[in-house]
Each structure stands twice: as C-alpha cells, then as structure tokens.
Ligand binder design. Structure first.
Ligand code: 3PG
Length: 395
C-alpha cells in the first residue's frame, strides 16, 4: 500500500482519519488513550516533514439528540492529544461548517486542527459524496490511520479518500503495522501457531473460528462459549450462559476441528455472577445444578500457559472469564501472563481482550496489541475492506 512516506508533505495540509473512539469516563474524559498514542508516529512524521494536519474521527455512536450527544464531543480527546504531542490542537466545533473552515484558513505548517465528531454529520453514515467532497476540500492529501474503523464504509473511510487523486491517498504507520501483523498471522506464521478464543458467544466467533482452523495448529477455547460446546457434547452446564440454538453449529465446528480444538479440563463456577458469589473449581465437564461456569480452572490455565510458552505464534481474542470482577479474573490473568512470558510472536486483539491486557499492565510485554475491535475480528475472518482497497498499492 501507498504509505504516508510516499506523499509530498512539505507545505501540504493533510487530512488524517484517526480512530480516537476511546473509552470515556462518565463526564466524557478520556479513560484510556491507547488509540491516541498509537496514532502519534504518523502525526509526528507529517509535522516533522512540514505538513499541517486536519484530524477527523468518530467518538461513540451519537443518536442525533443534542442532550445525549454532548458527551461525544471531541474536546476532551483534543486536549489529551495536545498533552501527548506537546503542541496546540485547535478544536473545531463542526465537521465541515464555518468553524472547520475558519480553523483551516488559519492553519500553518506544524499546526493541528481536530474536527468535531464526524458522526455528528448525517453525511458520514450515509457515505454522502457531497459531504465527502466538502471534507476533502479541507486538505491536499488523505491518510487513513484509523485501523479500528477500517471495517466501516462510512464517508470518512471510503468516499472521502475517493475524492482525492489516487497519488494523494495513503495509509499511516498504525494501519501499516496492523496490516503487517495480520499478514504474519494469516500468511506463513511461525509454528506451532495457536489461537485462544474466548468471549460470550460461539455465534459471534463462528467465522473467525472457521477461518483460523485452517491456519492454526491448536485452538484453545475459554469464556462463556465453552458451555455451548459442553452442552453440545451432552454435559450438564448448570446455570452457565449458553446458546441452546447453536448446539448443532458447535457440534459441526468440533467435528471439523478434530483434536485441534481444546476445551477446558476444569472450570471455575459460581452461585452468583452479580454480585460475585462463592467460587469453586470443578474437574471435568459436568457442572452442579445451581452453579454456572465463569472462568477456566487452574489445570486448564496451566495447560494453556505451557502451550502458549512453547508456541511460535499466538493470537488471543476474547477473555476466558469475567475478568472485570476480581474473583473471576485468574484465568484471563494467567493467559495474559503466559503471553507476556512467551518468546512467540504474540498478538492480542478485540476490544475487551486489549482492555484486559492493559488492565494487567502487560500490554508492553506482547508483540502487538491491536487497536481494532471489530476490524481485528473481521480481519481474522479473512475479510477485506473497502477503506483499504481505495488506497493504491505501490507499483
Ligand atoms: C471500534 O471501536 O470498534 C471502532 O471505533 C468502530 O466503532 P463502531 O463500532 O461504533 O463503528
């Protein structure tokens, strides 16, 4: 792909589509700035090469009701960026209106404008070409560094880059890095390769599981989806969450996977999820009545950890237990620690899993934590994105 290195930056104004859709505190303040930090290399590079920047992002899912949408204004994000990049960031109060126009008119090389939440404009969702033209007219070139949004076909991802000549569209360093990592995972990974899949539903992960089964040597299952698999095998699952209408699907997957697919050999069960109740470990697969599975057990954690530490490549998506609550956290923590200690190429992705490894302070100890939630999952499913197809390949 054409990257920011291929653009003429000196004296140019560059529209950078970033994904600053960050977790927020109740008052709207930035709760986790990882996505902002991840875009800094691209922004810094453009500034160092004489460009001015117009940044555009969405934040949350605005409803169109002003009282509800106030918390999705980009101001706290712009302030955090200002702290991180150490330069003033001018925040515009609209996307393509008078405030954006005025900020653009005053912009000089080295300057940064952050536009208002692009989803405040109805043209964004609709992929409206007129809106796209107006947004594109604010700059001389376009850079997509919003990996987390690459699976969306909204205007700022597809119609806006289309409004620039092909030689003035590029990806930034974050998107480049994420694509490189995905290539490592889905191309010729160092073996053995294993995937750890957790999370609530088999149905959410079916395509990922199917696509990964063709690539991995082992697929380790954790999280609530475990109980759909156990139920499909005829076990008693107590009060565990499961998808009774997906049992055939689970059977089909297990048959296809053969012994590649590993289920926990023990599980942690509780008599109350919220508030967290008593927890006990059950060996094997039959759960007592009135108790529900909430985490993998210690034997499973040890088996999985050994496999992770001796693997060549590991990809992890989905917590293996309800890690947000201390009593149910041990399994997910054990997996995170094993990845951190493993010499393998270790990749963590999908919103919650990234959150877990951040929370444990181990994000810097793995090869890569993807900034993508849905975009990471869909990439693992083998999907390709219009937002990237629109960026020319290098000749
Ligand atoms: C994400 O957080 O996955 C991206 O920013 C996309 O957000 P969306 O799911 O609201 O489109």
């Amino acid at each position: 792909k054409q990257t920011i290195r291929d653009l003429k930056l000196d004296g140019a104004t560059v529209l950078v589509r970033v994904d600053f859709n960050v977790p927020q505190k109740a008052d709207g303040a930035v709760a986790d700035d990882r996505r902002i930090r991840s875009a800094l290399p691209t922004l810094q590079y453009a500034l160092d090469h004489g460009a001015a920047l117009v940044l555009v992002s969405h934040l949350g899912r605005p409803t169109g009701k002003p009282e509800e949408d106030a918390k999705f204004r980009m101001d706290p994000v712009a302030r955090r960026l200002e702290e991180l990049i150490g330069r003033p960031v001018v925040k515009a109060d609209d996307v393509v209106g008078p405030s954006a126009q005025a900020a653009r008119a005053n912009l000089k090389p080295g300057g940064i404008v952050m536009l208002e939440n692009v989803r405040f404009h109805p043209g964004e969702k609709k992929g409206d070409p007129e809106f796209a033209r107006q947004l594109a007219s604010l700059a001389d070139a376009y850079v997509n560094d919003a990996f987390g949004t690459c699976h969306r076909d909204e205007a700022s991802m597809v119609a806006v880059p289309s409004a620039f000549p092909a030689e003035r569209r590029a990806i930034g360093f974050l998107v480049e890095k994420e694509l490189d990592i995905l290539q490592t995972l889905l191309g010729e990974p160092k073996r053995p390769m294993l995937a750890i899949m957790g999370g609530a539903k088999v149905s959410d992960k079916i395509q990922v599981i199917e696509n990964l089964l063709a690539k991995v040597d082992r697929l380790l299952i954790g999280g609530a989806m475990t109980y759909t698999f156990l139920q499909a095998k005829g076990h008693a699952i107590g009060t565990s969450r499961s998808e009774p209408d997906k049992l055939d699907l689970a059977r089909m997957l297990m048959e296809k996977a053969g012994d590649k697919l590993m289920l926990p050999v023990d599980v942690r069960v509780t008599d109350s999820v919220s508030p967290p109740g008593t927890v006990q470990t059950i060996d094997g697969h039959d759960l007592p009545e009135g108790w529900g599975g909430i985490d993998i057990g210690p034997k499973t954690a040890a088996i999985y950890a050994d496999l992770i530490k001796t693997a060549g490549t590991v990809v992890w998506n989905g917590p293996v237990g309800k890690f947000e609550d201390e009593p149910f956290r041990d399994g997910t923590l054990a997996i995170a620690r094993a990845l951190a200690e493993s010499p393998a190429i270790t990749v963590v992705g999908g919103g919650e899993t990234a959150e877990a490894i951040e929370q444990f302070g181990l994000a810097d100890k793995v090869t890569h934590v993807s900034t993508g939630g849905g975009a990471f999952l869909e990439s693992l499913e083998g999907k390709t994105f219009n937002s990237l197809a629109i960026i020319p390949d290098l000749n």
